[in-house]
Write a new protein. Structure first.
Length: 347
């Protein structure tokens, strides 16, 4: 006969589950970006997948493979290609130190005579170098890690699609809150994902294109490269692509193109900046509103964890966390209300 009663055995099992779960989470920590990426792509592609499989009666496996191929072509391959392009350009700049040194000397002379800060550019370039190193570690780490991440991501995504109803039923069954709260969380999760990924992605691409176009018009070298940099930076609210027009304008002024310099600064701060505000207002009305503070803090959380993918995953992860906190608070208030009603009935 066992020395433990039913409740004690159940508590021991629960503790064992928690301990083993912590070990499993630690073991899977290197694949966390794959898991989060699969969730993000699943949320984005889910409406189209359901429409094709349940309305048009397409095969589940074929449709899942089609969405995998589409996301590879539209999202993953361009994103990786642009990232490698940026890395190669940084390497080219480092291989030509004479030009950079001359440019920094001119910039220091300009800031020294204008702002009485003769070493401002040296400090700025050191910060940019550190930031770039933090921004691209996942890609610099090697192609093998990228390939493994993508394989696990799409392996998970395939089975999430093929067993969609079973997968969602399991989530509802094991969710630690009531079904209505689980459905509310699912809706909020979809809105947060759309806002952080689709909404911010559209804004960043538009800003990058406008910046590249402006740089090309005024004659800034490598306009396409700076447009790509602007696209990445646009994931940072407040900072954004328009701020790149300021150093570009200063550069043009230093080489004697004063009016072009003023023009690109005005174009960046007024035109691109206002386009950003208009697009953000339209997207927030149609999708969801992600507060700029969440985006900024999320980026700083995501960069050390995911590298350049942290520009997207960081704000998404923080939004998911805040949604869980909101659901927890709702459950806590509901539990307190039920306890209060029970106490009043007992009295």
């Amino acid at each position: 006969m066992s020395i433990f009663n039913y409740r004690q055995r159940n508590n021991i099992i629960l503790i064992s589950i928690i301990v083993l779960g912590c070990f499993l989470l630690y073991a899977l920590s290197s694949l966390f970006s794959s898991i989060l990426g699969a969730i993000v792509l699943y949320v984005i592609c889910r409406p189209g997948y359901i429409y094709l499989t349940e309305k048009k009666n397409w095969g589940r496996s074929v449709t899942a493979l089609m969405f995998i191929l589409v996301t590879l072509i539209v999202i993953v391959i361009p994103f990786l290609s642009l990232s490698f392009m940026v890395i190669n350009k940084i390497a080219e700049i480092k291989d030509n130190p004479v030009f950079i040194d001359q440019l920094i000397k001119k910039a220091n002379a300009f800031t020294g005579s204008t702002f009485n800060q003769p070493h401002m550019i040296d400090s700025f370039t050191d910060k940019i170098s550190t930031y770039a190193t933090d921004l691209f570690p996942s890609i610099l780490g090697g192609a093998a890690n990228i390939l493994l991440t993508l394989l696990v991501l799409y392996f998970l995504l395939y089975f999430m699609f093929v067993q969609l109803r079973e997968f969602e039923a399991g989530l509802l069954r094991y969710a630690p809150f009531r079904e209505q709260h689980a459905l509310k969380f699912a809706t909020a999760l979809k809105n947060a994902t759309y806002s952080n990924v689709l909404g911010q992605g559209i804004i960043s691409i538009v800003q990058g294109l406008l910046l590249a176009n402006g740089f090309w018009i005024v004659g800034i070298p490598d306009a396409l490269f700076w447009g790509i940099i602007g696209t990445f930076i646009s994931f940072l609210p407040v900072v954004g692509a328009p701020t790149l027009s300021i150093p570009a304008g200063i550069y043009l002024m230093m080489i004697g193109e004063t009016w072009r310099g003023i023009g690109i600064i005005v174009y960046g701060l007024l035109f691109i900046g206002n386009i950003d505000n208009v697009l953000r207002m339209i997207i927030n009305k149609r999708i969801a509103n992600t507060h700029p503070i969440i985006s900024i803090i999320g980026v700083f959380i995501g960069l050390p964890l995911f590298g350049i993918l942290g520009l997207v995953f960081g704000p998404v992860l923080l939004s998911y966390f805040l949604l869980l906190v909101e659901i927890y608070e709702t459950n806590r208030l509901a539990a307190e209300r039920l306890d209060r009603i029970k106490m009043e009935n007992d009295l």
